[in-house]
Write a protein that binds this ligand. Structure first.
Ligand code: GUN
Ligand code: FE
Length: 441
């Protein structure tokens, strides 16, 4: 997979050193106008100004030069559903109807391993076309969906986090497991895939509506048995959902408490949406270092509500917030478009999302939430050479707008997120290997 020889990439590089404190915080990032990145065995071994690095290359090193592009760490998507590539763009419903009418119909097709393989291959190639090199993905209820997903990811050399959905009620028969099979199948998948190469497992109870108390307890037991796996689920997305959860778990203080009581909160736990949390729930998320994942295109498309970033920042220790597409509730595989919609959602809340903060979230921020800083999400020595080559002049509208921007990097980032999508992804590299090239596709 990884190559033995040294490879050089020359161009403009941008990578975060820490979280930006606001617009214009140029100390939070490295910006190299003419830089060189050196890769050995799939990892970054040097990065710096070309005139300093060039002389250190072994004779005969092949250097690829991107003259006008901007090279960033590969994007990280912290909430997406791999079995929903044919659910995306389904008309006319809100969450619970959307699940019944569209999602549960498509997901039943994943009992077939051949279907799983075809869909996993499409999904991963589509992520790469959009510059996403790591994702935290839900499988279907079928263990074979996760086997197919990790097999395809391993073939590409990507770092992926995924898990089989656990769901034992309020779903069609073809989509339900049991407490026992969900525990046993998840355990087998953890033993087979967790930390095999770059693959990582996430215990995945779908959400409180589709799991009994006993199944949620089984998920908690898995986390205690395998403390370094991740956990992903949905939380507080839609008002009807919240009312249904309250009726299913009348003894719980609130929706968050349903998960809390079985030990599902913690620093490796990702909760999709978190739109309607009250103060007590936010405090519990903060106290346990749990992660709320903001999925703006989905929240707008399914009509779930507007994420309140300011509410996550109120307590002394803020709630950790990630950014995700949530395809197929979400409407774009592009983290650029996801950032654009995040900006608009926060505008409607009277809040801001500076471009540097948005790009931090897509790269180093999401990596830190996964405890993977130093491996992915930045262009530091020692990190995997997973990066995206962006073209800020990809369309006539972008080219025209860029005329007034020149070398102002944060303004360029804002153009990229507002007007950019897969067309602005010139190339995507994983472990130093080019897996997508727009001009060859
Ligand atoms: N809640 C439970 N399942 C799902 C899903 O597949 N997508 C979204 N957006 N919310 C969910
Ligand atoms: Fe989701």
């Amino acid at each position: 997979m990884a190559q033995m020889q040294t490879v050089g990439i020359r161009g403009r590089f941008f990578s975060f050193i820490r979280a930006p404190k606001g617009p214009g915080d140029s100390g939070s990032y490295l910006y190299l106008r003419d830089g060189m990145l050196v890769i050995q065995d799939g990892r970054i071994v040097a990065i710096g100004p070309t005139n300093e690095v060039e002389g250190t290359l072994p004779p005969g090193t092949i250097v690829t030069h991107y003259e006008r592009e901007l090279i960033l760490p590969g994007f990280i998507d912290t909430h997406i559903h791999f079995p929903q590539t044919q659910v995306i763009a389904s008309y006319g419903t809100q969450l619970l109807d959307w699940l019944t009418r569209y999602t549960f119909v498509e997901e039943q097709k994943y009992y077939d391993p051949a279907h799983c393989t075809r869909q996993a291959a499409f999904f991963l190639d589509e992520l790469l076309r959009n510059g996403t090199t790591t994702a935290v993905a839900y499988g279907s209820v079928h263990p074979q969906s996760v086997d197919a997903f990790f097999t395809e990811s391993e073939e590409r050399g990507t770092c992926m986090i995924a898990g089989k959905v656990m769901m034992n009620r309020n779903a069609p028969l073809g989509l339900t497991d049991t407490v026992e099979t969900s525990y046993a199948d998840s355990k087998t998948l953890i033993e087979r895939w967790h930390k095999r190469g770059r693959q990582r497992y996430a215990v995945t109870p779908r959400f409180a509506i589709t799991s009994t108390q006993a199944q949620l307890e089984a998920a908690g037991a898995l986390l205690r048995e395998f403390p370094d796996v991740y956990m992903q689920t949905h939380l507080s997305e839609n008002l009807d959902e919240i009312a249904f959860v309250q009726s299913l778990f009348p003894d719980s203080k609130n929706y968050t408490d349903v998960y809390d009581r079985v030990g599902l909160l913690g620093p490796r736990s990702l909760f999709g949406h978190c739109i309607h949390l009250n103060e007590e729930e936010l405090q519990r998320m903060a106290d346990t270092s749990s992660v709320a994942v903001f999925c703006p295109t989905s929240n707008l498309f399914i009509g779930s509500g507007l994420f309140d970033m300011a509410s996550t920042e109120k307590s002394k220790r803020p709630v950790r917030v990630g950014l995700g597409t949530d395809v197929g509730g979400g409407t774009s595989y592009s983290m650029l478009q996801t950032a654009a919609e995040a900006y608009k959602v926060l505008q409607l809340k009277g809040q801001n999302l500076p471009p540097a903060t948005a790009f931090y979230m897509m790269t180093r921020g999401n990596a830190d939430l996964l405890s993977m800083g130093g491996e992915i999400g930045s262009l530091e020595c020692g990190c995997f050479a997973d990066f995206v080559v962006l073209d800020s002049k990809a369309t006539p509208a972008m080219l025209h707008r860029m005329e007034t921007i020149g070398d102002m990097i944060e303004e360029e980032l804002f153009v990229l997120m507002t007007l950019g999508d897969d067309r602005a992804v010139r190339a995507t590299y994983v472990q130093g290997r080019k897996l997508h090239d727009r001009n060859l596709a």
